[in-house]
Design a protein around this ligand. Structure first.
Ligand code: ZN
Length: 296
């Protein structure tokens, strides 16, 4: 069966649509195993349903004593989702006391070849401002990698621990999709035991449906969808070396032609994070709370 592309303008243009039609692949970069189930799972499942290949790159596996369990959980989750699991080898060390700059450099250096080997046309990751130190380190690395990849590539950023200031893609979904996302998240029994993210997943998706309507399409806009849940991402693409935001759109509608990309998000992406401005605030180091400093 031929994979179904996103519904976009017939005939394509010079923006990479043709490659989407031939081999649509989206590559999700999870700083921790479980982030692919939390960041924008509804949108990933939708593309999977449409025939896209969803590659789930897992960048870290927690502390070395956890590697085996967390890798097994990630493989189970990928099987449940129908995603292709890929693991950075060796896993990144995203501990607060680890070398986070090294983690960023490794993502920047290793991601381009992974993107190219899978022929991915979209890369998904946390934004570099996602508050959790591991998410920010990976998001910053993805930013550098995207800057080195062809400008046809689209980069989606989600916000889990930190809000996105400028989401521009809305995907509304129903309880059936939410249940599938929860089923994927359920593969991470070890993490859910520490802190149960299931109500976070459903509550955040419900909040996204309401506030996302206005934050994506403009304050004062009506509800964007009749569905009770939504995923939001910020989509950018490199135009003349700048990270330009897509026009606000529903996932299936695709962005407007690139000549309308006039919001330059580069200054936001390049801006220092809150941590870089004021230092770490609420981070817990290994041994302080149940040896689980890595968090989600
Ligand atoms: Zn995480």
């Amino acid at each position: 069966m031929a994979p179904a592309p996103l519904k976009r303008s017939a005939g394509g243009d010079a923006t990479g649509v043709a490659s989407l039609v031939v081999a649509p692949t989206i590559l999700h970069v999870a700083p921790h195993p479980d982030d692919e189930a939390v960041g924008c799972p509804g949108a990933l499942l939708h593309l999977r349903d449409r025939g896209w290949t969803v590659v789930s790159l897992v960048a870290s596996l927690g502390f070395s004593g956890q590697w085996e369990r967390r890798r097994a959980e990630a493989e189970d989750a990928a099987e449940r989702a129908g995603f292709v699991a890929v693991f950075l080898d060796p896993p990144l060390n995203l501990d607060l006391d680890g070398d986070l700059d090294l983690a960023t450099r490794r993502v920047a250096a290793e991601l381009p070849a992974i993107v190219e080997s899978h022929g991915a046309s979209i890369v998904v990751s946390p934004s570099p401002h996602d508050v959790h130190h591991g998410h920010e380190a990976v998001g910053r690395g993805v930013q550098r990698a995207v800057a080195a990849l062809p400008p046809t590539l689209r980069w989606w950023m989600w916000g889990v621990w930190g809000d996105l200031p400028a989401p521009n893609v809305y995907y509304g979904y129903d309880v059936g999709v939410l249940d599938r996302a929860l089923h994927i998240l359920d593969a991470y029994g070890g993490e859910l035991e520490r802190n149960d993210y299931r109500p976070f997943l459903s509550g955040r998706a419900a909040a996204n449906a309401v506030m996302g309507s206005e934050r994506v399409f403009g304050f004062g806009s009506p509800a964007a969808s009749a569905h009770p849940y939504a995923d939001l991402v910020t989509e950018v693409r490199l135009v003349d070396g700048r990270f330009m935001a897509s026009e606000p759109h529903h996932l299936d509608q695709g962005p407007e032609p690139p000549d309308r990309y006039d919001v330059d998000l580069t200054p936001w992406l390049d801006a220092p994070t809150a941590h870089e401005l004021v230092g770490y605030i609420r981070e817990v180091r290994e041994g302080e709370v149940r040896d689980e400093a890595a968090g989600s």
